[in-house]
Design a binder for this molecule. Structure first.
Ligand code: BGC
Length: 422
């Protein structure tokens, strides 16, 4: 279907329209190619992710009636399939009109390779410069130019629980430190359920990072990505050993093939007690009608918000640049952020949102975001480049099979050497 759409829009393609005019319902009269389509490329294909996208699409329909949303979603958690498809399309100079990119180092990859356009003028025209927190704007800016519009802020380091399963094992309150957590995992094991549901590479990376936050604290964890914390240190060796112990409580036979939603299903079906996952899980559980869940920061992570942000860009060569600008304006607007985030589990990136408009989980997250220390995530692009993400993900996958502590640490050291900023 995507091919058909591309063939249709390719017919009249006459290069990129570069006007800086702000869009509105009456000025988005199409592109130089004549296309009214806005192909939006994401990996939000199902459940809470699709519900969030649908919210944004509804707001786009109201604000940009002359343009047509075309869904370019490629399923697979954290963009595990989408990013490869996108890379190949960018390589062939066949970009979608806009695509989802994580704020931070991952976005910087696209900026440095010249794949996306400067939106600084649009920020001024649309009044966005003051709408977002300065730290987030810094993550979207390279060389004084700002390149994408953030849709949200997600939290990665959240522990989700099945309340009935936990209660049956005598757990009524989530542990706040690692010792307590291991004791609870033992109680779940005795009940013959999977204590901690887990999925493949990037989800393993998330679990390991949560453990690192517990063991290193926020500042030292941040230093792993900026070069001030040594990946070869004894504290990292200890963390890998604890992580190895944690893996013994997970679904060994299936973890390397499961996506996050498969692990989530173990939780929903009462076959697992806990799962570490980002807060898109809140939206997904809600979308699937599962209400019996608990949430808390991963044990030892209280006071630290591991953040990531989805943002949208204007690629070089977008076929309907004006329609895309209308999409981007909606993404950054108060209405767009509310329509999206109330369904997506994330909190609005804008600072002027009203917490009372949001479900219970997000109300708690909005409060935590204001008071917590903020640290980035590698698998979700705020901490590290795509090359670094890939290297860590495959090292993690290998460790899941061989459990070789020294080999994992060496791979992590080498990845940092290869990919860390000078
Ligand atoms: C994205 C989220 C998405 C999650 C799982 C993350 O990388 O930022 O929007 O819900 O992956 O697919």
């Amino acid at each position: 279907m995507r091919l058909a759409i591309r063939a249709a829009v390719a017919a009249g393609m006459a290069g990129l329209l570069m006007t800086a005019a702000a869009c509105s319902s009456d000025d988005n009269s199409g592109s130089s190619s004549g296309s009214k389509n806005v192909e939006v490329f994401t990996w939000w294909a199902d459940g809470g992710e699709k519900a969030g996208l649908d919210g944004l699409v509804a707001a786009f329909g109201t604000a940009c009636p002359n343009d047509k949303f075309v869904n370019g979603a490629v399923a697979g958690g954290a963009g595990s399939n989408a990013k490869a498809v996108l890379a190949s399309r960018l390589q062939q100079n066949d970009p979608p009109d806009t695509f989802q990119a994580h704020a931070g180092a991952e976005l910087t990859d696209y900026i440095k390779s010249g794949k996306i356009q400067d939106l600084s003028q649009e920020y001024k025209d649309w009044g966005l410069t003051d709408a977002f927190p300065k730290g987030l704007i810094d993550n979207l800016t390279v060389g004084g130019k700002i390149y994408s519009v953030p849709a949200n802020i997600h939290r990665a380091n959240v522990l989700w629980g099945n309340k009935t399963v936990l209660a049956s094992a005598g757990i009524t309150k989530d542990a706040t430190d690692l010792d307590g957590f291991f004791a609870d995992l033992d109680k779940l094991k005795a009940k013959k359920v999977t204590p901690l549901a887990l999925g493949k590479d990037w989800t393993q990376e998330m679990l390991f990072e949560s453990l690192l936050i517990t063991e290193l604290g926020a500042d030292k964890f941040k230093g792993l990505w900026t070069g001030t914390t040594d990946w070869a240190g004894a504290d990292i060796t200890k963390a890998i050993n604890d992580y190895k112990r944690l893996l013994t409580y997970t679904n060994k036979d299936t973890r390397d093939t499961y996506d996050w939603t498969d692990a989530e299903k173990l939780l929903m079906d009462g076959k697992a007690g806990y799962q570490l996952m980002g807060d898109w899980e809140a939206a997904d559980l809600d979308a699937k009608g599962f209400k019996d869940y608990s949430f808390s920061p991963f044990p030892g992570n209280a006071g630290t918000y591991q953040w990531l942000a989805d943002s949208f860009v204007l690629p070089v060569g977008a076929k309907n640049a004006e329609g895309t600008k209308c999409w981007l304006k909606v993404v950054g607007s108060a209405d767009g952020q509310k329509a999206f985030n109330t369904k997506k589990g994330s909190i609005p990136a804008r600072t002027d949102a009203n917490a009372a408009d949001y479900p219970a989980y997000q109300q708690a997250a909005i409060a935590d975001w204001k008071s917590n220390a903020q640290v980035p995530s590698c698998p979700h692009g705020s901490a590290c480049s795509q090359g670094w993400q890939g290297a860590v993900g495959s090292a993690q996958g290998k460790f899941s099979t061989d459990g070789d502590v020294a080999a994992l640490q060496t791979a992590l050291v080498n990845a940092a050497k290869q990919f860390a900023k000078a």
